[in-house]
Design a protein around this ligand. Structure first.
Ligand code: NAD
Length: 496
């Protein structure tokens, strides 16, 4: 019998009010049932919100350095459990072990950064324009934060959101993606073991359109942080806008790597293989367009075709595997549909182009690493997020044209430029319309202590990570203390 996992609501592990569960299966072997997870209803979310409000009263009054000490302990526990969590994550999400270890490492880095922030969380003391008057700003916690996350970084993304939210004194309700509930469960166990007061964290599993929606529509969840598709983000944004909620959206991408004629082509080849096919192309920052200068176009495509055709597909738990499966059947169908669209639009399949089969691959959602050549910038495969191991190669005649092609998509998360020309690199850094640009490195690879996010339809202006996310999870309050003993009128008595 598979294990029935529970929600964590009001300080207890509890069954969903619906009595219903959904299966969580290994995408590399659909015969491997990991467990059953609650298909919760709106009532579960409502109970979690009432409890989190009690948790908030307690936690918001806990001094920030003590909140930081809990997160320090969280980081230490994640270090101890890194390998076990990485293996559980690979089993339910599919990416290779080196990547799931890195995913947990990002959680560890985020925990230690948040812990140290407990002794900073700076406000400002600012000179007043009036005599004998003190002026300062400081941060206050906001309330209950609803955290809704995608499947592709089951540990890193929840920790990017939760740890700063908690450090700032908020209570958290966590709704993990349906495809990766086990990692979410393990993370909440770590938080509790580290000594987080139980009502400060609530875990409610289930469908986004039910549980996620209940959080978004509830007036007592003033902060929502969402990472996922641009389509879902638009639905959430409409509700949060109507309800005047604070909302952080991190959404889709269509990231490009530009390779100029003076680039180190071997370095660029390593970069594009990692950027396009790492995580089976299921990263928001995945390289999905390859913009090649015409002088190296044919040579580089030949090198890429040779390399991409030899990548070893298989279960991510096997150390020799380089590319794991896609997350589920619909995802594989979507990838295959886009390859068909590309062909119809006139692109040529340089390598890959169909589902992968044979041996262990027959019971998982595998797709061949695919390169489409002869792609025009306006084609759908060059404009729309595919979210799989498909790379569209585009030929350009100059850096200016490459920058134009990079910018001419609805998204703006990450970009990359390979060149040895320092002037070109600095010009491109200014002109590439993305939240992140890499020089001589692929489009992927965020660091926990730097702000992360994108422009245009990738985001709504907030950033995860680094110092900026602490602004999102705290309310700025300003206090003035007038010790002049007389009425001083701002803007009127200022220059007396
Ligand atoms: P998704 O939008 O399908 O789901 C994300 C989360 O939203 C899940 O937890 C889901 O249950 C929930 N959800 C779905 N409908 C909802 C609704 N109506 N109300 C509230 N919640 C709802 O995304 P996914 O397939 O899990 O992830 C892939 C997408 O995430 C890609 O588009 C990728 O680019 C994006 N992503 C972006 C970033 C970034 O930082 N920009 C990072 C990772 C992934």
């Amino acid at each position: 019998m598979p294990e029935n996992f529970q929600n964590f609501i009001a300080g207890e592990w509890v069954a969903p009010s619906t009595g219903n569960y959904f299966e969580n299966r290994n995408p590399a072997d659909w015969n491997d049932l990991i467990g059953c997870f609650p298909r919760s209803g709106p009532e579960d979310a409502t109970r979690a919100i009432a409890s989190a409000r009690r948790g908030f009263v307690q936690w918001s009054r806990t001094p920030a350095p003590l909140r930081g000490a809990v997160l320090q302990r969280v980081g230490e526990l994640l270090v101890q459990q890194q390998e076990a969590i990485a293996r559980a994550m690979t089993r339910e999400m599919g990416k290779v072990l080196a990547e799931t270890r890195g995913d947990v490492q990002e959680g560890i880095d985020t925990a230690f950064y948040a812990a140290s922030e407990g002794r900073r969380l700076f406000g400002r003391v600012v000179p007043s324009e009036l005599r004998n008057k003190w002026a300062m700003s400081y941060r206050r916690p906001i309330g209950v934060a609803g955290i809704i996350t995608p499947f592709n970084f089951p540990m890193a993304i929840p920790t990017w959101k939760m740890f700063p939210a908690l450090l700032c004194g908020n209570a958290v309700i966590f709704k993990p993606a349906e495809d990766v509930p086990h990692t979410g469960h393990l993370l909440v166990e770590v938080l509790l073991e580290a000594g987080l007061p139980p009502e400060v964290i609530q875990l409610v599993h289930g469908q986004g359109s039910v549980v996620g929606r209940a959080l978004i529509e509830h007036p007592e969840v003033p902060v929502i942080s969402f990472t996922g598709s641009t389509e879902t983000g638009a639905i959430i944004g409409a509700t949060c806008g109507r309800m005047h909620k604070r909302l952080s959206l991190e959404m889709g991408g269509k990231n490009a790597m530009i390779v100029m004629d003076d680039a180190d082509l071997d370095l660029a080849l390593d970069g594009v293989v990692w950027g396009a096919f790492g995580t089976t192309g299921q990263r928001c920052t995945a390289t999905s367009r390859l913009i090649l200068h015409e002088k190296i176009h044919d040579r580089f495509l030949k090198m890429l075709g040779d390399r991409a055709g030899t990548l070893r597909l298989g279960p991510g738990l096997e150390e020799r595997t380089e590319v794991g499966p896609l997350i589920h059947e619909e995802s594989r169908q979507k990838v295959d549909r886009y390859v068909g669209i590309g062909k119809k639009e006139g692109a040529a399949v340089l390598v890959g182009g169909s589902t992968a089969s044979g041996g262990a691959l027959d019971t998982g959602w595998f797709y061949q690493p695919t390169v489409l050549a002869g792609v025009n910038p306006g084609m759908r495969v060059a404009q729309e997020e595919i979210f799989g191991p498909v790379l569209s190669a585009i030929n350009v005649g100059s850096l200016d044209e490459a920058v134009r092609v990079n910018n001419d998509v609805p998204y703006g998360l990450s970009s990359s430029l390979y060149t040895r020309d320092v002037n070109a690199a600095f010009r491109a850094m200014a002109d590439l319309d993305n939240g992140i640009t890499y020089i001589n490195a692929p489009t992927i690879g965020a660091e926990a202590h730097l702000p992360f996010g994108g422009v245009k339809q990738t985001g709504n202006g907030h950033r995860e990570g680094g110092w900026e996310v602490y602004d999102f999870y705290s309310e700025t309050k300003v206090c003035y203390v007038d010790y002049s003993g007389q009425l001083q009128r701002a803007q009127i008595d200022t220059y007396d």
